[in-house]
Design a binder for this molecule. Structure first.
Ligand code: PSU
Ligand code: MN
Length: 313
């Protein structure tokens, strides 16, 4: 596969490059979920399934990662495999990007890094599982994911199933409001909580079609608003774990994280893995289902947005 270099150390695959040049739909994908978020081999299987889903909906997938001192936009199946089996892959957030380039570290990009990279590459839509946010207990110990500020700084629409369930969801929504990031419910009036479809957190904005969201994106472009948008898409009903069932496991995982002194960027991967063990793998199956579902919606949004642009809207 040939690739083209940019003045920024950004390497797009030919497929992604051509799609962007032709104004076709492209969906960015993160890779921290491959390198840190899911165990092998589910991580690789899911990444490939997500790419396949996006292609079936008529868009081009662009999984981002750091490899050999380059920011890569679009990976081959072999490279996804490499990232998904690398023992030394680092978790790369927005602030780690330059460091990972200098040290040539292999890295999985989080939502904060992927939003940043997508904006640099000119990709307007991005699918993930759940964004990071404000951690519970923030009044005692402040932990706020860089995802929130990075989403506010990159005009990229992030399709997710809400923020991860072990976070303080009301506080996360408040911060998104402060950062002027629109949170739009995709066929929902409430903020979903990753493993579960519903919470009692009402949303101000709801959209019932991909076209509606694409029009809102085009409007953001016209206004020159720099912020990204968060589109929340609830987990499919058949994969959902009711909040009452998962909450006890989350609380236990969070308690263990504290007891074991897990801190900083290690918290999210630890809790995801522990909840997986405690739920007998059910949370992982839910995570896979929601990511694939988000990829589908993101592809539909990207296709609708590219049609708008082609129509001169
Ligand atoms: N969504 C998932 N699994 C994940 C993540 C998201 O379904 O592993 C990752 C994303 O890369 C997100 C990161 O940006 O978790 C958040 O990490 P932190 O809380 O340390 O910012
Ligand atoms: Mn954190």
């Amino acid at each position: 596969m040939t690739a083209r270099s940019h003045s920024v150390p950004l390497v797009l695959t030919e497929e992604v490059q051509e799609a962007l040049a032709a104004g076709q739909a492209v969906v960015a994908l993160e890779s921290s979920i491959i390198a840190q978020g899911m165990p092998h081999p589910t991580n690789i299987e899911t990444a490939l399934k997500v790419e396949e889903t996006i292609r079936q909906r008529g868009a081009v997938p662009a999984t981002t990662a750091l490899l050999d001192g380059k920011i890569r936009v679009g990976l081959s199946a072999g490279e996804i495999e490499r990232l998904g089996t690398a023992k030394d892959a680092v978790k790369v957030g927005r602030r780690d990007l330059a460091r990972a380039l200098v040290t040539k570290a292999a890295g999985g990009t989080t939502v904060s890094a992927t939003s940043t990279i997508a904006a640099l590459a000119g990709i307007r839509t991005f699918a993930t599982g759940g964004i990071g946010g404000v951690h519970r207990g923030w009044t005692g110990h402040l932990d706020v994911s860089a995802d929130l500020r990075a989403i506010a700084m990159a005009r990229v629409t992030v399709v997710c199933s809400g923020a991860k369930a072990f976070l303080d969801l009301p506080a996360t929504l408040e911060v998104l409001e402060s950062l002027a990031v629109a949170v739009v419910g995709f066929r929902t009036d409430v903020f979903p909580s990753f493993y579960s479809r519903e919470t009692d957190l009402a949303l101000e904005h709801r959209a019932d079609s991909a076209e509606e969201i694409a029009r809102q994106m085009a409007c953001q472009d016209q206004l020159g608003l720099p912020e990204g948008m968060v589109v929340v898409n609830p987990i499919p009903a058949d994969a959902e774990i009711p909040r009452a069932e998962i909450e006890g496991l989350i609380e236990r995982a969070l308690r263990e994280a504290e007891e074991q002194g897990i801190a900083g960027k290690a918290v999210t991967p630890f809790v995801l893995e522990r909840v997986k063990q405690l739920s007998g793998g059910r949370s992982l199956a839910a995570n896979v289902a929601l990511v694939v579902n988000n990829a589908q919606v993101a592809a539909d949004i990207a296709v609708a947005y590219s049609k708008l642009a082609a129509g001169g809207a």
